[in-house]
Design a protein around this ligand. Structure first.
Ligand SMILES: [Zn+2]
Length: 210
């Protein structure tokens, strides 16, 4: 078994645990810490998956469904910012990475957004399948249990990059703190072919390099 294969297994399990963590978060309305964002970065061959999990408070200043026009606009604006990977991340230029897919999810929808919500569910589901096609133990995670969180809404933001020279990738800068200054720290877990590290970023130290 070569290193590559071992890393692939590691990467797959990291991705899987990332997904189940996100799932748990939505299901349990788990106690997140305001000001604290989690960032998981995993390389799988030429692909790089970057996933942020953030409290609604960090991004919007509130964590409930928007109650007025101002809050609706704030939510729409935040989603718009997050949907552009360039707004949030700069990867080593030499690696020549481009965004292949991105997904911004949150659970701050109001009840009259049921249709949109269902759509997001399907999307989430497809997404799991994409990454679990090699894992025969895939089971339905019981999305019926999914509930709206009234008190502690959260965001999960994923960027999938395809890198032409992934071995040239050795730094990722985030502009998160510029857009969302309520975040005090980002806890980073990174796994690539050449590095496995855990670190913290903040407004003055916002690049992870290896
Ligand atoms: Zn909260």
């Amino acid at each position: 078994m070569g290193n590559f294969f071992k890393y692939s297994l590691l990467t797959s399990s990291l991705i899987l645990s990332t997904y189940s963590l996100a799932d748990e978060h939505f299901r349990q309305h788990s106690t997140h810490v305001h000001g604290h964002v989690e960032l998981n970065i995993a390389q799988d061959a030429d692909e790089l998956l970057v996933e942020f999990t953030a409290p609604g408070a960090d991004i919007l200043g509130f964590e409930h469904a928007p109650e007025n026009t101002q809050q609706k606009e704030k939510l729409a604006q935040a989603v718009k910012i997050l949907q552009q990977a360039d707004n949030i991340l700069t990867l080593s230029a030499a690696a020549n990475c481009h965004v292949e897919h991105q997904d911004v999810r949150h659970n701050l929808n109001s009840h009259d957004d049921e249709h949109e919500h269902e759509h997001e569910h399907e999307h989430e589901h497809e997404h799991e399948h994409e990454h679990e096609h090699e894992h025969e133990q895939h089971t339905d995670h019981g999305h019926d249990e999914h509930q709206h969180s009234a008190e502690h809404g959260a965001f999960t933001v994923e960027y999938h990059f395809e890198c032409q020279r992934v071995n040239q990738l050795d730094a990722i800068e985030t502009h998160w703190f510029t857009h969302f200054p309520a975040t005090a720290e980002i806890e980073v877990n990174l796994l690539t072919d050449s590095a496995m590290l855990a670190t913290e970023l903040d407004a003055s130290n916002h690049t992870v390099s290896w």
